[in-house]
Design a protein around this ligand. Structure first.
Ligand SMILES: C[S@@+](CC[C@H](N)C(=O)[O-])C[C@H]1O[C@@H](n2cnc3c(N)ncnc32)[C@H](O)[C@@H]1O
Length: 224
């Protein structure tokens, strides 16, 4: 893993309490504006019996899918966030890093009808994880990825891949640690998915209901 990859993981343990508060108290405006509803709808539309939320955080999506009658499991690298998910009632949530999933075929083995990554792919090289998740899918299963919209998240920087820093300054609660994250373009997402031996079945760009601007990029990814 990259040095920024270690820093990403460390930041989620340091920020676990602030993140849990931000999610549960609704401090992330884009989530209320549509990204929460978009990811739930994208999973539900595939009519899964079993779903896995990878990088599940404090577990809101596991709870939302369970409430829809889906057997939903979650995994996350942060023991603090997994503990928060369990304390909120999700029994099937485990501590696993992406490196664990790549290295150990029995980790979150599945097979799953749907695997979700909701704003959880943050490192530079996502190909090994995407490839490993592809092997955990049912033959007609799908990997559903929601991420920041490449055009909206570019900021003032050029439209090219590269490391950025999230300070969480826009959040209503203070976050003790900054987080490095890897910005990638639309073409880079497409190339990473192809390099993992998978294909994008459907691109979606949920829009803000008032501004009409993209809130996120949502990818339905399947085996070829
Ligand atoms: C922005 S949060 C999203 C959490 C959750 N998916 C949600 O929608 O609220 C990113 C999550 O990815 C997890 N994560 C980041 N890097 C990881 C890694 N290498 N292995 C496992 N989980 C990781 C973090 O612990 C964190 O919970």
């Amino acid at each position: 893993m990259s040095a920024p990859g270690d820093a990403i993981i460390g930041s989620w343990s340091t920020n676990a309490e602030a993140w849990t508060t931000a999610v549960r108290e609704g401090h992330i405006a884009s989530r209320k504006a549509g990204t929460d509803a978009a990811i739930v709808a994208a999973v539900r539309d595939r009519r899964p019996t079993r779903a896995l939320d990878v990088g599940c955080g404090e577990g809101w999506l596991v709870r939302a899918l369970t409430a829809l009658g889906i057997e939903a499991h979650g995994s996350d690298v942060s023991p603090e966030l997994v503990a928060a998910a369990r304390a909120a009632g999700s029994a099937h949530v485990s501590v696993a890093s992406y490196a664990d999933i790549v290295a150990d075929r029995t980790c979150v083995a599945g097979p799953w009808d749907v695997i979700v990554c909701n704003f959880a792919l943050l490192d530079a090289d996502v190909v090994p994880l995407l490839s490993a998740l592809g092997t955990r899918l049912e033959p007609d299963g799908a990997l559903v990825i929601q991420t920041v919209h490449p055009w909206m998240a570019r900021g003032d920087a050029p439209y090219e891949d590269g490391w950025r820093t999230e300070t969480f300054a826009a959040f209503a609660v203070p976050f003790p640690a900054h987080m490095p994250w890897y910005y990638r373009t639309m073409a880079s997402w497409s190339a990473s998915i192809a390099a993992a031996g998978l294909r994008v079945e459907r691109f979606q760009e949920p829009l803000h209901p008032e501004t009409g601007l993209p809130l996120s990029l949502l990818l339905n990814v399947t085996r070829p």
